[in-house]
Write a protein that binds this ligand. Structure first.
Ligand code: XMP
Length: 533
């Protein structure tokens, strides 16, 4: 059986991709292109309500098919008057469920229902002050003066007829409105960002009070539900899972193991490009602690042979990816009757690959661990509806060690793409691995590990002059790269404390003989990328 059905219609795929069957209380967030749309979906889930993010053009049929209790229209960059700006399909207001418009979403509602929206003389970006004249249902339990976060130029000057204006801000005469009768609500500010201190309260008012959701969706309920689902899908078949050491494949494997026990076999391919001790940690957690049937494959020699003489980054990736597939297939062939392949695909991967339109169920953009489409397996993807932080919560609930739960992302091709401009030899890998181990150790000791999206070392293929004792040296350079980010799309270089950097550099030079110089990368993304190649 092919790994996925290309023929699935967009609508059907949206549904199968995004809604667990047993979730009763769900809400749909329609994405009008705002930078915070994913964040709205996550905040809704933090209120204990399952949310599905759909593109704004999904249409009322696709929304209705999910049987949601409420609909949220997100913000977006357009002006409601601009040519080609995304419109509001009026049939969305006839679905018989409450609707909340946020920012652009509110302006769409105002325009559609006869209010007045116009460009304001000045935009309102960043922190603003909200004055509540009547809290109504939406702003109940929040103070009459409160901070909020705004990001808009157009603004609502008059609410639609029959609507009550609830609040105003410096530049927004109508910053919130509602019609209890029609079940339609709007806010100009962003409740989803942390700079709106009562934002979560406003969302809770909408979700629990207005929509009547129970708010009982949680990591615990995900586990129970997924276990049932996996059992239904897999029956008494056998499944295989490639563990990478990352949190996604680890949590996916544990869920499937809970569901089908010994019928799951995990394969852990150690390509010799991992961080120090990471392979051992995976093996000890899965085999010794969770007693998951595990096949560890020591493939270092094979991978290093394939990388001999290769300096081009894309060629490295290609070779590592191809070798990974070869090793995985060989191991799979040794197991009888395996019909199912477990993958740690996340909801953000589903959204990224086209809003769940079924275009790329396999993480093919990340070539290692991404398997070819023509493998004769049916996919089991128990994390397909979850965001990364939810996966971590599920992992913690399943008892996954803290180190695995909070592991920073690590590229599939591993340390090979951190030896820049040069061949990934065992000797160089050891240098960058040792340097990386020192960096992680010091960052953990400083309590900063979880604050960083990624922290790692790069070894460029150059040497620089130094002096140690009375000796002139000609040593390797280690680059420290540490970034903060929410999703790797953009990133800022982390302002690590100077004394921490000094400790790290001192240890690297003293403990790793070939290292003669340590430098810090202070490039953000954009213009840089996170990795160096
Ligand atoms: P860049 O360097 O593009 O990286 O800013 C964004 C994120 O992707 C990771 N990355 C990879 N992950 N295979 C992977 O599995 C790769 O070839 C690869 N290249 C980059 C990177 O670590 C960062 O998290």
């Amino acid at each position: 059986m092919a790994a996925r059905s290309k023929e699935a219609s967009a609508g059907a795929a949206i549904m199968s991709a995004t809604r667990p069957p047993s979730v009763t209380d769900s809400v749909v967030v329609l994405d009008y292109g705002g930078q915070y749309s994913q964040l709205i979906a996550r905040r809704v889930r933090e209120c204990g309500v399952f949310s599905t993010l759909l593109p704004h053009h999904a249409g009322p049929e696709n929304v209705a098919a999910l049987d949601p209790r409420g609909l949220i229209l997100s913000g977006g960059p357009a002006s409601v008057y601009a040519d080609g700006a995304p419109r509001l399909d009026p049939r969305l207001l006839e679905l018989g469920i409450p609707v909340l418009g946020i920012c652009y979403g509110m302006q769409l509602l105002a325009r559609e229902l006869g209010g007045r929206v116009d460009g304001a003389e000045v935009g309102e970006f960043g922190r603003s002050q909200l004055t509540v004249s009547s809290s109504g249902r939406l702003l109940a339990g929040t103070p009459s003066e409160q901070a909020c976060w705004m990001s808009h130029r157009d603004t609502v000057f008059e609410p639609p007829p029959g609507f009550a204006a609830l609040a105003a801000s410096t530049s927004s005469p109508v910053a919130a409105f509602e019609s209890l009768e029609r079940g339609i609500y709007g806010i100009q500010f962003h409740p989803e960002v942390v700079h709106t201190p009562y934002g979560q309260q406003v969302l809770r008012n909408f979700l629990l009070d207005v929509c009547g959701c129970a708010g009982d969706w949680s990591a615990r309920s995900v586990i129970d539900e997924q276990i049932d689902r996996i059992r239904t899908q897999v029956g008494d078949g056998r499944a295989i899972c490639g563990l990478s050491g990352g949190v996604d494949s680890s949590v996916a494997a544990l869920l499937v193991h809970r569901a089908i026990g010994e019928k799951l076999t995990c394969v852990f391919v150690d390509h010799g490009l991992m961080r120090k001790n990471e392979g051992e940690q995976v093996i000890s957690a899965f085999r010794d602690h969770f007693h998951v049937p595990l096949v560890p494959v020591d493939a270092e020699a094979r991978f290093l042979a394939r990388l001999r003489g290769v300096t081009d980054p894309e060629e490295k990736r290609k070779r590592i990816g191809a070798e990974f597939i070869r090793v995985f297939e060989e191991e799979a062939a040794k197991l009888d009757d395996v019909r199912f392949l477990v993958q740690g695909t996340l909801y953000s991967d589903v959204i990224e690959s086209g809003g769940g339109t079924g275009t790329a169920t396999i993480k093919s953009h990340h070539n290692v661990g991404g398997l070819p489409e023509d493998l004769e397996f049916e996919l089991v993807e128990p994390l397909r509806t979850l965001f990364k932080d939810e996966v971590r919560a599920v992992g913690a609930e399943l008892g996954l060690p803290e180190r695995l739960v909070w592991r920073q992302p690590f590229p599939g091709p591993g340390l090979a793409i951190r030896i820049v401009g040069g061949e990934a030899t065992r000797e160089r890998l050891d240098i960058v691995r040792e340097a990386d181990a020192i960096l992680q150790d010091e960052i953990r000791k400083a309590g900063l590990y979880r604050d960083l999206w990624q922290s790692f070392c790069v070894l460029p293929d150059i040497r620089t002059v130094g002096v140690q004792g009375d000796q002139r040296t000609y040593g390797n350079v280690i680059v420290i790269r540490a970034v903060t980010s929410d999703d790797a799309m953009t990133a800022d270089w982390a302002r690590l404390p100077y004394d921490l950097l000094e400790r790290i550099a001192g240890r690297m030079i003293n403990e790793i003989r070939p290292v003669g110089r340590v430098v810090l990368d202070i490039t953000s993304k954009p213009p840089g990328t996170i990795e160096w190649e």
